[in-house]
Write a new protein. Structure first.
Length: 217
């Protein structure tokens, strides 16, 4: 199977993290930034890293960005560069373009010029942190939509020693168990006939109201 190829444009903390994560997953990554230090920091960890000003006409085509499957525009702090890069990669025919926005106005502009997905990392992380603080029963929580989330929570006391077959979580609690976690060990194929240990956490997907019920909130 052909490896997916990516262009990550902008190597601030967000862009750097995206590029490194994709590279660690064996993705073919082209990393672009106008800061030479950022390019040097990542050069040996991605397929190709280059210093370039994305506001320069035709620069992305000269770098072969038209050949990637996904482009991530991570230069949100510079709105001119963000908009210019997004327009260029869309004009080059990149199949999927994800762009980082700093404000709702910025995001609307990116959508208007063709970004397939606009993300607000700072806002999303802020909401996630606040929800974790409000939902004290959750170890961690990731919102999938306004109504559904994936949550990690400590096993309820009354579930300890019972099997998944006995608990019937989908039927009785309307949640879908993803895995059972003990320390750093994650078991996505937990035997449904094995009693659940007292020191585990569970990761499940469901409606927020149903997850709140089982987490003790």
């Amino acid at each position: 199977m052909k490896e997916r190829s990516y262009a990550v444009i902008g190597l601030g903390q967000f862009g750097m993290t995206v590029a490194l994560t994709l590279a660690e997953a064996n993705g073919d990554v082209l990393a672009i930034d106008e800061n030479d230090d950022n390019v040097q920091d990542i050069a040996e960890k991605v397929t190709y890293a280059v210093k370039a000003d994305v506001r320069e006409p035709g620069i992305l085509q000269s770098l072969g960005v038209q050949n990637v499957d996904v482009a991530v525009i991570a230069v949100a702090e510079n709105m001119e560069a963000s908009i210019t890069a997004t327009m260029q990669v869309k004009e080059l025919g990149v199949p999927f373009v994800m762009a980082k926005a700093m404000t709702s106005l910025h995001g609307r502009i990116l959508e208007k010029i063709g970004a397939d997905k606009v993300i607000y990392p700072e806002q999303s992380m802020g909401i996630r942190v606040a929800k974790n603080l409000l939902s004290s029963g959750f170890v961690d929580m990731f919102e999938l939509s306004s109504d559904f989330s994936m949550a990690e929570f400590r096993i309820p006391r009354e579930w300890v020693g019972k099997t998944l077959c006995e608990l019937k979580l989908r039927e009785r609690n309307s949640i879908n168990l993803i895995c059972v976690k003990q320390g750093d060990d994650v078991d996505v194929n937990f035997n449904p006939d094995t009693p659940l240990p007292s020191d585990c956490t569970l990761i499940a997907i469901g409606k927020n109201e149903d997850l709140n019920k089982v987490s003790g909130n």
